[in-house]
Design a protein around this ligand. Structure first.
Ligand SMILES: Cc1cc2nc3c(=O)[nH]c(=O)nc-3n(C[C@H](O)[C@H](O)[C@H](O)COP(=O)(O)OP(=O)(O)OC[C@H]3O[C@@H](n4cnc5c(N)ncnc54)[C@H](O)[C@@H]3O)c2cc1C
Length: 392
């Protein structure tokens, strides 16, 4: 079991570091680059930056070579993430659904025509995707979804509602799961679609989150005609494809490099305030977080090592998800306390520390124990698949 990168990974690390050293936009590192502020500008910037990554050979690096990737190992992917975060390179969350979830799903289940049509555009950052899975009455119990699709000639006609669809307003395409058969057990009557977001009958309404930002959306579908060549796999057999997407969602979320960087920033915040730095309660919690982030690092490497030996991710993915999401929340709670009354300032207030990033992070971190499977769902998986307990 390998907990550390080997010589090959270190060579790879240097290549990533060298490339990032000259490819980042001028002024990015010293903060003089005018960073995009509105959501639309951020998405536009992320598209262009993803194109730069593609041109440099760093887009879809774990995809097979035949589909434009480099077929690199999960360990190399993690090294890439470590260096990417260390360099403070641009956040790719806005364009992440395509390369992280959609591409691997189409590679595994798509037709040759779907692969040729969609994969190059994802890798070049030309088309942004969103994920239309959750509904008002179907989140953890996703197979209970009710958005219906009925066959009519060469199309499926879709009606229903999705919710929490991140980035929908800026997306060109959406992976959509619909019910095509209500007369069979719920997992068996689902179909997986590629939805062109410009089709008539689609209405998108933003939902403002408690951070003040509106990434989320409601997506209403009214008699939307989706051509049959946009069905992935077979009609009524979409559940296996959903599982592929979800397993990539969980596997692609290995945020320990980001959490390590947040901890370093928190320690700097604490160290710069002598009174708080001497407060035993705050020091103890910072030290505890240091131990937990190290456990997260080791667990991440161990999980990758297990995946390499077993050929697929195991239930330890749920342990990792539980671990990092709860560490992230504790980290921002501590930072907020260190800030004291400064934590109450708006991010636009010049007196706010570091542009208000800690109070924003505190609010955003509440989402970590919900998306990609809630903590309760992860504990259920661990209880059943690791501890061998019966279903609850
Ligand atoms: C930041 C963020 C981004 C998201 N982006 C998207 C997106 O782009 N596309 C998309 O489709 N969805 C997205 N989601 C939605 C997300 O997938 C759902 O919120 C999640 O699956 C939980 O579903 P729910 O909100 O309906 O809660 P529910 O499933 O209704 O759960 C409510 C509560 O009940 C608990 N619970 C449910 N079932 C069980 C059980 N069997 N045992 C014990 N406890 C249980 C849950 O843990 C939770 O605490 C996003 C969510 C967040 C927070």
């Amino acid at each position: 079991m390998e907990f550390r990168p080997g010589a090959e990974e270190e060579t790879f690390r240097r290549a990533v570091r060298d490339w990032l050293g000259h490819a980042l936009p001028p002024g990015w590192r010293d903060g003089t680059f005018a960073r995009p502020r509105s959501a639309a500008d951020r998405v536009d910037f992320a598209r262009r930056w993803y194109r730069t990554l593609f041109d440099g050979g760093w887009a879809g690096i774990s995809w097979p070579v035949e589909y434009g990737g480099r077929d690199l190992s999960a360990r190399q992917h993690l090294v890439f993430s470590e260096e990417y975060v260390r360099a403070g390179a641009p956040d790719l969350i806005d364009v992440g659904v395509g390369p992280g979830l959609v591409g691997p799903t189409i590679i595994a289940h798509g037709t040759q025509a779907q692969k040729e049509r969609f994969l190059p555009a994802i890798l070049r950052g030309e088309e942004v995707w969103c994920q239309g899975f959750s509904e008002p009455a179907a989140g953890s119990d996703l197979a209970g979804l009710r958005t219906r699709a009925v066959r009519d000639g060469d199309a499926l006609v879709v009606s229903g509602q999705k919710v929490w669809t991140s980035f929908a307003r800026y997306s060109d395409w959406c992976i959509l799961v619909v019910r095509t058969n209500a007369d069979v057990p719920k997992h068996r009557g689902l179909t997986f679609l590629l939805l062109d977001m410009t089709l008539p009958g689609i209405t998108i309404r933003p939902l403002v989150e408690m951070t003040g930002v509106a990434w989320f959306n409601e997506v209403f579908l009214e008699d939307v005609r989706v051509p049959l060549d946009c069905v992935v796999g077979e009609i009524d057999r979409g559940w296996d494809i959903v599982i592929t997407t979800l397993s990539h969602e969980r596997a692609s979320v290995t945020p320990y490099p980001r959490i390590q960087a947040e901890l370093d920033a928190l320690v700097a915040l604490l160290g710069a305030r002598p009174d708080q730095a001497r407060d035993p309660r705050l020091r103890q919690r910072a030290a505890q977080l240091r131990c937990e982030v190290e456990i997260l690092r080791l667990s991440t490497w161990r999980s990758l090592s297990n995946t390499e030996h077993e050929g697929r991710p195991g239930p330890e993915g749920s342990m990792l998800k539980l671990l990092w999401s709860e560490i992230e929340q504790r980290l921002f709670e501590l930072a907020f306390e260190i800030e004291g009354t400064h934590g109450l300032l708006d991010e636009n207030d010049p007196a706010a520390f570091e542009g208000g990033r800690w109070q924003y992070g505190l609010l955003w971190s509440r989402a970590a124990t919900i998306y990609a499977g809630t903590s309760e769902v992860q504990r259920n998986i661990i209880a059943q698949r690791v501890l061998g307990l019966p279903r609850g």
